[in-house]
Structures are given as C-alpha cells and as structure tokens.
Design a protein around this ligand. Structure first.
Ligand code: BES
Ligand code: MN
Ligand code: ZN
Length: 506
C-alpha cells in the first residue's frame, strides 16, 4: 500500500472536488457545525425524519445531492454515524469508535472507487480527544481499505480497487497538531498493512529469505542496521533449534536482526517474532483440513519487522532490536523426529516430543542469542504459538504471559488503546514441571493441559530473569473478531500498532 497525502483544512471549499465528502455524525447532536446549512435542511433532515439515518455506529448513508449545496463540490456526500459520544468518554473508547467509523468510510470509498476523500470531523471538545478522533479515523480508513489482490489476474478486479490517494480532514481548531497525529496514525496503519501483506503471501511467495530481504529494505530506508545469519552462520553459532526445525525443508533458514539505536542512555527493547513461513507440523504432521492457514505462522515475525517500520519512521527514544528466526517446518527425509534431542544456542538440550511444537524451538535460540548479545531491559516475543490459546481465549484476545508485572501492564494498556486486547495468563513452576524430560534439560511439549502456558514456560526457561513478555497471537493474527477495519478471515496485522504504542510510551 502506498503512502497517502494527508491534508487538514478548516473550511470546505468549492474549488476542491472530492470523490466523497463524509460527515461524521454523533447520535446525540445529530449534527456537526461544519455541515452546510443547505445540506442539513435537505436530505439530511429528511432522512432523520424518516428514521433512515440514526447516526448509530455502523450507520452509513450516501447521497448525491451535493450539487445542490452552495458550500461544497463533491461527487458524493456521505453521513457516517459514530453513535453516542458522552462527555466523559475515555480516549480508548473514542479511538475504537472512530476506527470503526474509519473502516465504514473505507468500505464506502471502495464502492465508489474514490481516490480523494474529505472527512469532516465530528464536534468533540478537548484537544486530546480531537487528536484521538483524527488518529482513529486515519487508522480505520487505511486498515479498512486494505485488500490483497496481487494474485488476481482479472483486470476488472484491479481496476475496481483504486487506492485512496488523498485524505482531507476538516476540523475547526488545532490544525497542525491534528495533522501530525494523522501522519503518525497513517504510518502505524500502513505498517500493519505491510504485516498483512507478508502474511497474505503464501508459503511459496514468502520464505525465510523474504524476511531477510524485507529487513535489508527497512535498514536501507531508515538507516538502521540489518544483519542476516544464513544456514552456515547459524550452524557455526550452534542455533540447534532453528536448524532442527529446518532439517525437513529444502529452503534454507535465516535469522534476521534489525537494530535501531537511539542513545546509550535510553532503554533497550528486544523484539522477537516467530517467522515460521509454513507449518506442516513436520513428522508429527497436521491434519489436511485447514493446513493452508499455516502460511500465517509467520505473523509474529511480520509484526516485529513491521513495527520496525514505525520505529524507523518515528525514531522513538529507546533502542529497539528485532530478531526474526525464519524457516518453514516440513517433513523431508532429514526432518527432525519425535524423540530427537537437540542443543540450543545457550547449550540447553531439548527433547523433541512433537515436531509440531516447532515455534518454541526456533524462538529459544533467538531469545537466548538476543538477550546475551544485547542485554535488553525488556524482551517481547510474538508468536502464533499454540492452538491451546484459541481454546482458552478464542479469537478475541491475544494471550499475554510475562515474568514482569510492569511490562505486562504496559503492554495491556498499549493494546487497549489500539483495539488489540490482550489477556494475561499465569506462569508457574507447576507448569514448568510438565516439561521435565527424563533424558534432556527440557522437552518441547507439556501434555494436554494448559498448552498455552506450558509453551510460554518453555520460552521462559530461555529468558531467565530479564523482564519478558510473550504474546501468543495464534487466535488473533487472523480470524480476529470481525470489525469494519479488519478484513474478514484474513490476517489482521495484529500487535504492530500495539508494539508501536508501547515503544512510543517507553
Ligand atoms: N503454529 C502452531 C499453532 C497454531 C495452531 C496457530 C492453530 C494457529 C492456529 C504451532 O506450531 C503448533 O502446531 N502448536 C501445537 C503445539 C502442540 C503440538 C504442543 C498446537 O498448538 O497444537
Ligand atoms: Mn506447529
Ligand atoms: Zn507453528
């Protein structure tokens, strides 16, 4: 998705012809001071009288009477409801309402193949809340507009999906600070869309090397440092987890490291993302039904690199290192077998009980390496790690497991502000015991019960006391609870914006 031009104005102009001009209307006021008198008295009043437009969330009305307005020129006029906005509405609640409105605006823009849209902000008092409303709308429009049609050869499909080129907001006050907020939100949302693009690529369109290439592109674009470790180097480094998972594959593994340096004094955050480009389960092979979804098993890796896109653009005041161990999990003749014992970067040995519990094996190496090499103040890993987290939380919350309450709390708050809810699950030595192996230091599965927790406990044993949080996005990286700004069934770009918000506030 390309960058969009963002403009903020305080007046409607007859010279400017938008493909669609949208008025955001709240239920209580049923009005916005920027709605021209002639429009208010004509179709808007009429629809309200008939009860056809109630200004509730998800209420949308399109009209074609703009030629009759003396104030604006627009091919279409649309009214988008935002429900009730109470005086003491919380920032997070307002943000989510506006994101949803933004998603609705995107879908009507799509229908109209609009390139230029003008959005008239609702009247909301308070500078902070006005900023949030611009942020929410910008995110919602960009996230909601997203499609993945790269592999559609039908020319009609291509033609119909004209991207929005310009978003023009109309507000009464604080134009420059609103503009800055919109530009930032625009980067966050575009980055989440980049994570979706990576995820939407099938197993034969996105492999370990693709991650390396993306990391190098980021480094070149923002003057970051990118280091790629190939199979030979991983072997020298004793990255036994990554190598074991890769053994059944013809495609070599990569470990991609992208570094952003703010200053020596600033805190250092290590992000680690599972970059499993296709998970067949390996010798412990998965059932055929739904296996195609395992192309999404790289969403953690996609999220941390997409977050680096925000970091590169915004340059926050903390050092950030992103590591993506990348490989697929296949069942070729040399594949790792149940019962095999492998050795990780930090010398720990793992007994591989189930080759389908592969994510933790590659993360173990990356976590141990990253912590030793960078001595971070905080570690956050993201992974589509377990089916068990879907049993527990469904598709509505990302699982959060952490050895540090403060870090956990910060992530929960960041997630709340982004419409990406996290729910914390416990850790505990009782769970760690389920991973005791008779022959090695640890085994890679802990039996039927508490699968999301035992998976996290496995990772826990590779991070020690470093403040660490693990986000299990298996239930939310795709099939996330349907919202206007998230494509149904497809990848959500989960946690890219949450990571960005977390880093920004650090
Ligand atoms: N990538 C899967 C987890 C997954 C399953 C994500 C379904 C999204 C949807 C992971 O590698 C896996 O296979 N985990 C196993 C672990 C088990 C063998 C202990 C699982 O959850 O079944
Ligand atoms: Mn697996
Ligand atoms: Zn997996």
């Amino acid at each position: 998705m390309k960058e969009k031009k963002i403009v903020i104005n305080d007046k409607l102009s007859k010279k400017y012809v938008a493909d669609v001009t949208v008025f955001c209307i709240s239920q209580k006021k049923k009005d916005t001071p920027l709605l021209p008198e002639d429009l208010r008295k004509s179709d808007f009043a009429h629809a309200a009288e008939l009860g056809d437009f109630k200004a509730g969330e998800n209420d949308v009305m399109v009209s074609y009477v703009s030629g009759t307005s003396k104030k604006i020129q627009s091919k279409r006029v649309a009214y988008v409801g935002i429900g009730t906005i109470s005086k003491d509405i919380g920032k997070d609640e307002l943000l989510e309402k506006m994101r949803i409105a933004g998603g609705n605006i995107a879908s009507l823009a799509k229908k109209a193949t609009a390139e230029k849209i003008c959005v008239v902000l609702p009247e909301i008092s308070g500078k902070a809340l006005q900023k949030k409303s611009v942020r929410g709308l910008t995110e919602g429009i960009i996230l909601g507009e997203y499609t993945f049609i790269k592999y559609k050869t039908d020319k009609e499909v291509q033609k119909k999906s004209k991207a929005i080129k310009e978003i023009r907001f109309l507000a009464k006050h604080n134009l420059s600070s609103l503009r800055l907020e919109a530009v930032r939100a625009h980067i966050d949302a575009l980055s989440a869309c980049q994570a979706r693009d990576m995820a939407n690529e099938p197993g034969n369109g996105w492999n370990a090397e693709s991650f390396a290439r993306y990391g190098q592109e980021l480094a070149a674009k923002y003057d970051l440092q990118c280091t790629v470790f190939d199979k030979k180097e991983l072997t020298k480094m004793n990255m036994g987890g990554i190598l074991a998972v890769n053994r059944g594959s013809d495609t070599p593994p990569q470990m991609v490291v992208v570094e952003y340096r703010a200053s020596k004094k600033a805190p250092t955050v290590l992000l680690v993302g599972k970059g499993l480009t296709f998970d067949s389960g390996g010798i412990s092979i998965k059932p055929a039904a739904g296996m195609e979804d395992m192309k999404y098993d790289m969403c953690g890796g996609a999220a941390v690199l997409a977050a680096m896109n925000v970091v590169g653009a915004e340059k926050p005041n903390c050092n950030v290192i992103a590591i993506v161990p990348a490989t697929d999990n296949m069942s070729g003749g040399s594949a790792v077998k149940p019962g095999d014992i492998i050795q990780h970067y930090n010398k720990t040995t793992s007994e591989v009980i189930n080759t389908d519990a592969e994510g933790r094996l590659i993360l173990a190496d990356a976590l141990a390496y990253g912590i030793e090499r960078y001595q971070p103040d905080f570690v956050v890993d993201l992974a589509t790690l377990t089916g068990a987290v879907i049993m527990g939380l469904g598709h509505h919350h990302t699982g959060l497991l952490a050895n540090d309450d403060e870090l956990a709390q910060k992530l929960i708050e960041a997630g709340k502000g982004c419409g990406e809810p996290l729910w914390r699950l416990p850790l505990g030595k009782e769970y760690r015991k389920q991973l005791d192996s008779k022959v090695a230091d640890i085994k890679n599965t802990g039996g039927k019960s508490a699968g999301a927790i035992t998976a996290a406990e496995y990772l826990h044993s590779f991070v020690g006391d470093t403040p660490w949080a693990h986000l299990d996005i298996a239930g939310t990286a795709w099939d996330f609870t349907e919202k206007s700004y998230i494509p149904e069934g497809g990848p959500s770009g989960m946690c890219v914006r949450t990571l960005a918000a977390f880093l920004r506030r650090l």
